[in-house]
Design a protein around this ligand. Structure first.
Ligand code: ADP
Length: 378
């Protein structure tokens, strides 16, 4: 029997599921946004994930539907489930990755620590929140944000006047998410996989360095995290995966505060940038694990192959050509580093690839990964 997996969304996350599926002899197909999508290397269908009939027709060709992103609307997800399709993660879990206010409410209900927050529907509510929280707030649009788009640090509601206008135009009692500006020492991420039948597996907690709201580097495991921090991150991720009923891979983005607390910032219910190191650095990559999990197959071991793995994103890429134009120089200079090219057109700030270096000496591994990534800059 061949397992058939369908992935909605044609970005680099779907693309990186392909080699894992090929190795396991799975049939993988992708519902991609357009011909030029990153994942348009697998059997892919080009279609609109906002169109119910397109998504239902795609689902009929596979055994399980999963995702490269969280943007498939709830009514379409529910139509898939009603039509008898296996959908992982399911709509009841995904809704918390689709709406940051619903996510904050649910995490609080689960007893998981989060930043001080409020749903604010008007400028005066936001100004009151700012006054109560040291004169600042981090304001987020609850839906559709990614890579820091939809996140602003403000000291007055006037700085998000455009977002309040957009809310009013939507006319459906919407609100923005206001949060305290967390004084964090560093950002961490804990990834976990969970099967529908309940088994979970965790990778070690990692440190992620964000620049301008975009993940730039990941160090696995997070330095100085063994013990209390790692245990707390692991416990939170399991509590969230089980409490929300997530199936597949879940990324929990965390703040480690200067007063040594861990707060949950974000959830992603799919493979995640902070897990890319697992392709080269762990016994089981997040992409293989996601496929195993959504097929309800026993999960793979998640230990590290080396003491350290460091992933550096290639952001933007060379303006004058493709990543491959730089391969000869990069490969000759850094033969131990693994380069991953998403096949996307270079554009300022865009995630077009990443590199991973692994080894025993953290300084050396960081040096190698940064040196290799530098070959792909402008
Ligand atoms: P996105 O969904 O666009 O990734 P996030 O909510 O993860 O948005 O925020 C992006 C980045 O903004 C975070 O990685 C962090 O660096 C910063 N940030 C977000 N929320 C807060 C907060 N409450 N306090 C301080 N910094 C924050």
């Amino acid at each position: 029997m061949a397992y058939r997996v369908g992935v909605i969304g044609g970005g680099q996350l779907a693309r990186m599921m392909v080699p894992a599926a090929v190795n396991l002899g799975l049939d993988i197909s992708v519902l991609a946004e357009n011909e030029g999508s990153s994942a348009n290397i697998a059997a892919s269908v080009v279609g609109d994930y906002l169109d119910r009939e397109t998504v239902l027709a795609f689902a009929r060709t596979v055994d399980v539907v999963t995702f490269d992103h969280e943007h498939v609307p709830q009514p379409i997800l529910r139509a898939l489930v009603e039509a008898g399709h296996a959908v992982h993660p399911g709509p009841d879990a995904l809704r918390y990755a689709q709406d940051k206010i619903a996510m904050r409410q649910k995490l609080e209900q689960l007893g998981v620590p989060v930043p001080v927050w409020a749903a604010v529907g008007t400028a005066s509510e936001l100004d009151a929140f700012i006054a109560d929280n040291g004169g600042h707030a981090v304001v987020k649009t609850p839906r559709g944000g990614y890579d820091g788009k939809g996140v602003r640090v403000v000291s007055s509601a006037a700085e998000v006047a455009d977002w309040f206008i957009a809310l009013a135009e939507d006319g459906n009692d919407g609100a923005l998410l206001a949060e305290e500006r967390v004084d964090f020492r560093r950002e961490l991420a804990q990834m976990v996989a969970r099967r529908p039948s309940g088994e979970t597996q965790l990778w070690p907690v990692v440190e992620s360095v964000q620049l301008g709201g975009v993940c730039a580097e990941v160090i696995a495991p997070a330095p100085r995290s063994a013990g209390v921090v790692a245990d707390a991150a692991a416990d939170m991720a399991i509590a969230i995966a089980e409490g929300i009923g997530v199936t597949g891979v879940l990324a929990v983005e965390l703040f480690e505060t200067t007063d040594q607390r861990l707060l949950v910032n974000e959830l992603a219910m799919r493979p995640h940038n902070t897990g890319h190191w697992t392709i080269d650095g762990s016994t089981t990559s997040q992409f293989e694990q996601h496929l195993r999990a959504v097929l309800d197959l026993p999960l793979g071991a998640t230990g590290c192959r080396d003491t350290w793995s460091v992933m550096v994103n290639i952001l933007g890429g060379p303006a004058d050509g493709s990543l491959a134009d730089r391969y000869a120089l990069a490969f000759a200079d850094q033969p131990t580093v693994k380069v991953h090219n998403y096949g996307k057109a270079p554009r300022p700030g865009r995630k077009v690839g990443h590199v991973t270096a692994c080894g025993d000496d953290l300084d050396q591994v960081v040096f190698e990964a940064r040196a290799a990534a530098a070959f792909f800059k402008n």
